[in-house]
Design a protein around this ligand. Structure first.
Ligand code: C2E
Ligand code: MG
Ligand code: MG
Ligand code: MG
Length: 292
């Protein structure tokens, strides 16, 4: 009986594995043509400067719209792209869209806006990344210091690979860096200090319940203080409510990102968002300047 059960369980896991690899395989078969035929889209999510309450940056987040109106999210297809070698093409596409949109914003007067692009570990595999970044900046005309590359701690921790050489080359181009998903990886504070990124992004698992539940408050406070002592700006991702925002301001966090302000949205909607903000500011200025 036990033996039979054991075998059943084995077959169960086996069929789960098959299901999984079938799904990955069919995703991959659809992803390749989607990338080649420009079917992916880049959405943008605003980052809010908590001191001035204005949009200071935007993060480029890739989306895969389906014919039937459904949307596939990056957590599902980025891993497939990474393991199949498609990530370089995908990454270059996102980078170019992001830089082009940011350069466009500068040309219409939003000339302080920066843009953040996520990088995968596997984009460093063939040493082509610094060259791609350099040519995209040239092609789009975006000044390097307005591009911010988001790295996870695992990328910094790669010692035997050739990642650090490429990071040095990227630094020489003048691009900025942010450490993404901080608190979920294997933090090596020594790498963090010596790498000298401009920003630290606290992972959303610590942020969403902030101000409601005290569980993560000490931790977030400690991360903010540590980042400050390393001269880094702190970004909180996953800010969903006013309670979290209020708490973050109280703790000295610099920048917020989350559904409280906006989900990731297509370019046209982002334009609207900026327009509304500008109008509100103009109104503000008019009031400020009018005689009492
Ligand atoms: P990430 O870089 O940490 O991006 C933030 C994720 O949090 C995004 O998910 C965003 O939609 C989500 N988010 C933002 N605000 C909130 C909030 O208030 N509440 C909640 N619950 N979530 C929020 P998304 O767009 O699904 O992306 C997931 C991950 O996929 C990203 O995490 C990033 O690691 C990866 N990714 C996305 N685009 C790219 C890309 O172009 N290249 C690479 N290599 N990775 C990408
Ligand atoms: Mg990110
Ligand atoms: Mg990330
Ligand atoms: Mg994250």
């Amino acid at each position: 009986e036990a033996k039979r059960k054991g075998r059943n369980r084995f077959e169960y896991y086996n069929s789960k594995l098959d299901e999984h690899s079938d799904r990955v395989f069919s995703l991959l078969q659809k992803l390749r043509p989607a990338i080649l035929n420009n079917k992916l889209e880049v959405y943008f999510q605003p980052l809010i400067d908590l001191h001035s309450d204005t949009i200071c940056s935007m993060e480029a987040l890739v989306r895969w719209p389906q014919e039937d109106g459904a949307m596939i999210f990056p957590d599902q297809f980025i891993p497939v792209a990474e393991s199949s070698g498609l990530i370089n093409k995908l990454g270059a596409f996102v980078l170019e869209e992001a830089c082009r949109f940011c350069a466009h914003q500068h040309s219409i007067g939003n000339d302080k806006l920066t843009v953040a692009v996520n990088l995968s570990f596997s984009q460093f595999r063939d040493n082509s990344l610094p060259g791609i970044v350099e040519s995209v900046l040239k092609k789009t005309g975006l000044a390097a210091n307005f591009l911010e590359l988001e790295l996870t701690e695992s990328i910094l921790a790669d010692e035997q690979g050739n990642i650090s050489t490429q990071l040095e080359q990227l630094k020489k181009l003048g691009v900025q860096f942010a450490i993404d998903d901080f608190g979920t990886g294997y933090s090596n504070l020594n790498y963090l200090r010596s790498f000298n990124a401009g920003k630290l992004k606290i992972d959303k698992i610590f942020i969403t319940t902030l101000g409601i539940d005290e569980k993560h408050e000490m931790l977030v406070s400690a991360i903010i203080n540590m980042a400050k002592s390393l001269d880094m700006k702190v970004v909180a991702e996953g800010v969903e409510g006013d309670a979290a925002k209020t708490k973050l301001i109280e703790l000295g966090c610099d920048i917020g990102q989350g559904y409280l302000w906006s989900k990731p949205i297509p370019e046209s909607q982002f334009n609207e968002l900026l327009k509304v903000e500008r109008q509100a500011n103009d109104l503000h200025l008019t009031f400020d300047e009018s005689p009492a």
